[in-house]
Design a protein around this ligand. Sequence first.
Ligand SMILES: Nc1ncnc2c1ncn2[C@@H]1O[C@H](COP(=O)(O)OP(=O)(O)OP(=O)(O)O)[C@@H](O)[C@H]1O
Length: 329
Amino acid sequence: MLRIENVSFGYHKASVLEDINLRIQRREHVAIIGESGCGKSTLLKIIYGLMDLKQGEIFWEDEPVLGPAYNLVPGPPFMKYLSQDFDLMPFITVAENISQYLSVFYPQELKERTSELLDMIGLTEFANRKVNTLSGGQQQRVALARVLAQKPEILLLDEPFSHIDNFLKNRLRRNIFKYLKENGITCIVATHDYQDVLPFADRLVVLKDKKVLAKGSPMEIYKNPKSLYVASLFGEANSISIDILKSYANTKRKIIVYAHEFRVSENSGIPVNVKETYPMGAYYLIQGDTDEGETLFFHSPKELKLDKKVFLNVSLETINQRLQQGPSV
Ligand SMILES: Nc1ncnc2c1ncn2[C@@H]1O[C@H](COP(=O)(O)OP(=O)(O)OP(=O)(O)O)[C@@H](O)[C@H]1O
């Protein structure tokens, strides 16, 4: 188990993380999500031992993970960290970068593992290309294969798919996360992208204002977001008072409604005037204003003309589900 206990950290007195407590089980896959600058990368760097802590401690099993004041070479041997700047050897080939840490005493295994990893990242035909001649996305894929080749017990990934196009990203995500599970590698991934989280993570940690705002099952957090901030990490969302949704309700309590949870009607529901229409492929994202001047985002299967009046509805099931979880903030 990885234990992060009472960790607080700041750069030059500016506090970035406060009182972080997390326990991560062996083989668990945990995603850390939060707005830009909330401290995701800093937390990964702390876990990897790149910073000296004035407050708090990190343990892997019973071993403390210590910072540069205690270790000449940062990073314990059982842990690997893929930073946002890849850390590749630019003047040697893709295959050499991947196999650099494999044992030359087992040449057959070295060849097989290198080719397995090249296949996984879809760069078999680039095996003999020098890394400095690759695109940013290709380099990121090599960096992923390189950390995996080292068979860490814990892998820390910082935005591991940020440079990779959508076409490749989905397949790569499935391959990498399956590989980690099959090989029992504990993984902590910092990301902005909920698509790295919902299909793959066992647990989600949401960071905001230096603290852990929510932690738990990714689908539970998605289905019952405690705040507009949490919901917005998964897509366009609204915080809306129940008496607007259901005129007979005598409470101003607000609940979160995702844009896709509204149904658009021509004749009954919350009246809104269409202000902006954004084509999204499978649907249109619409920005509309209520009669009270509140802005709502919702999905429509068809394009809606500007200034058209439409009516929005939310299912009672959704309202009741959100009401049961307690007030949103
Ligand atoms: N070396 C540094 N010196 C001073 N401040 C830093 C340093 N690195 C990061 N910070 C600051 O610490 C805060 C957290 O940064 P961090 O990179 O951990 O955020 P993040 O959540 O990973 O952001 P992003 O999603 O944009 O990568 C930010 O306000 C950032 O400006």
